[in-house]
Design a protein around this ligand. Structure first.
Ligand code: NA7
Length: 548
């Protein structure tokens, strides 16, 4: 039976009692709320944002778009009715469309009545004697919940580099992940963008069209692929809708969670000429296909990877006019080992008269000044607007930021001081009844995130009901299961070019002082089979406890 919503433990402290608290109201948190509530639990979600949508609420920067095989596939799959009702118009929907969709979902499933917005969870302590979570919010609420579901987002803890003189800047200053609600006016302004990851590369061409001048401060040149965004073909959408159960099944079986099978051929099955033809075709098509639909060994065979990288560098050479600028834009890492960026007209932007590229590897930023940026070589770049497209303390940052306290008051920050260790990427020893959605060591950012959030939330729901059916109230993974899971994640990554050594936010390399660890479980569909196996074996790897 659900705890009575809002029930007060004592009149004095006005503590509210719930079955579960969900932190986050993005794709993950919204569905977790829906799934748990539909199963009869009393649940409330909290989010610091002013609206639902998580990442899609915050990331309003110009040019923000889905960089996954989008269209009708980057969305919830659980409700056939929703799939039939919502019309996506493009293959790579823009931020406004995704946010409109999530608002529609919030209304359709009546989620808002249980979401408290503009409210941050300020502390979460496991009360060992009560076997429940004691939660406090920025609104002064105290909640006592049996389960804590952390749907905090993998890219929600922004990275603001510590650059001298930052406070002195007199112009407007924004981070792409905290973009204002109102439109930022670039017309007639001198704009600086620091960072050329997905966010910078999406924003730069759009800003260049409007600004008087744009200066891009680049530390590492990136491989980016034309997104190939186009209107969705109504016949294609109608076919997918007609066969939705099959499409969903294909999504759950495919490596990235989109309904496209893994490539069957290895690069060695084709001649150099055949490979070039295929790469040409897929480059023209755009999107992630060239990386994920070409050959099975692009991310496992260094030779195949180097050949594709060279193909892509040749494309960049074709696109950039000035040889000195081109030299700075040529990437030198193994393609695909950083988050793959998709763009619209990125390289051609550097052919514009109003765009300057500053290579920070040649000449680093010395200081931000009241009027712009000065480099070590003494170059002054005058700016009216400064944009940080400097990314996130990804995957783990928001969890460490929340810093829940588990058994005996242990903090997650201390627990993870040397290793981000979990069981199934969803649970942590010493943190009973705490579940993460898209946590470290889950497939998170390398699988369709809305679909992954559904599958993980439903697993959590089933786990909670299993506990109740068994007359148990607490679940916690064992240290042995945690250790084995860490090995499994590392072993799978070890078969690829991904590792703790790559310079990417996948491995924590972008955050000074963060320890390096590759925290993504590769091989998405296998993860969900593993979750099923654990459940079928009566939650193998966990210890259950009765409520005293
Ligand atoms: P990313 O991919 O982490 O990119 C951040 C960029 O900022 C990247 O080019 C960094 O260079 C650069 N950066 C970070 N710190 C600094 C400092 N101190 N000085 C100069 N440049 C710096 O974040 P995004 O927001 O672009 O992408 C996240 C997205 O991935 C997400 O929104 C999804 O669309 C997928 P570096 O490469 O570290 O040298």
């Amino acid at each position: 039976m659900p705890e009575e919503q809002g029930q007060q433990s004592t009149a004095a402290d006005a503590t509210q009692t719930l079955d579960a608290v969900v932190i986050g109201a993005g794709f993950g948190g919204m569905y977790a709320l829906h799934s748990l509530r539909e199963s009869g639990l009393s649940v409330r979600a909290y989010d610091a944002a002013g609206g639902v949508g998580g990442t899609w609420w915050w990331n309003r920067y110009p040019g923000a778009r889905v960089d996954f095989p989008g269209g009708p596939f980057y969305c919830y799959t659980f409700s056939e009715e929703l799939v039939q009702e919502w019309d996506w118009s493009e293959t790579q929907p823009d931020q406004a469309s995704v946010l409109a969709y999530l608002n529609y979902v919030a209304d359709k499933f009546d989620l808002r009545r249980d979401i408290h917005l503009e409210t941050r969870v300020t502390s979460a302590h496991y009360d060992q004697a009560a076997q429940r979570w004691a939660i406090e919010t920025s609104a002064g609420e105290k909640i006592n919940a049996q389960f804590l579901i952390c749907a905090l987002g993998t890219l929600s803890q922004t990275n603001m580099p510590d650059i001298a003189g930052f406070e002195s800047f007199a112009g407007e200053c924004y981070h792409t992940g905290h973009w204002p609600q109102e439109k930022v006016e670039f017309a007639g302004k001198r704009v600086g963008v620091i960072g050329t990851g997905s966010s910078g590369i999406q924003a730069i061409p759009v800003i260049a069209e409007e600004a008087a001048h744009l200066t891009v401060f680049q530390r590492t040149p990136q491989f980016t692929i034309p997104a190939g965004n186009r209107p969705l073909d109504p016949a294609f959408v109608s076919e997918a809708r007609k066969n939705w159960a099959t499409v969903r099944d294909q999504m759950m079986k495919s490596p990235l969670g989109a309904p496209y099978p893994a490539p069957k051929l290895s690069s060695r099955d084709h001649s150099a000429e055949q490979r070039r033809e295929l790469y040409e075709k897929l480059w023209r098509k755009g999107g992630l296909s060239i990386l994920f639909d070409s050959y099975s060994d692009i991310l496992t065979n260094e030779e195949a990877n180097a050949e594709l990288a060279e193909f892509m560098r040749a494309k960049i050479r074709d696109l950039v006019d000035d040889p000195a600028v081109l030299e700075k834009l040529l990437p030198d890492y193994q393609v695909g080992t950083k988050r793959q960026v998709l763009d619209k007209g990125y390289y051609a932007t550097y052919n514009r008269d109003n765009v300057t590229l500053v290579d920070l590897r040649e000449d680093a930023i010395e200081t931000i000044t009241p009027t712009g940026i000065r480099t070590v070589a003494g170059e002054e770049h005058a700016l009216d607007i400064l944009i940080f497209a400097t990314g996130y303390d990804a995957i783990t940052g928001a969890f460490v930021g929340l810093n829940p306290r588990g058994r005996g008051g242990i903090s997650l920050k201390d627990k993870w001081a040397e290793r981000f260790s979990t069981y199934l990427g969803m649970t942590i020893p010493e943190f009973p009844n705490l579940f993460m959605i898209h946590g470290p060591e889950s497939p998170s950012v390398l699988f369709n995130m809305p679909l992954g959030a559904e599958l993980q939330s439903d697993w959590i729901r089933d786990c909670i009901h299993y506990l109740r059916e068994q007359g148990q109230g607490v679940i916690e993974p064992t240290a042995a299961a945690e250790e084995a899971w860490g090995q499994e994640v590392a072993e799978i990554a070890g078969q690829t070019m991904f590792s703790a050594d790559i310079d990417s936010w996948y491995s924590g390399a972008n955050i000074p002082g963060k320890h390096r660890q590759f925290t993504v479980y590769l091989g998405g569909p296998n993860f969900y089979r593993r979750l099923d196996e654990v459940a079928e074996k009566n939650y193998e790897g966990f210890v259950l406890e009765k409520v005293y």
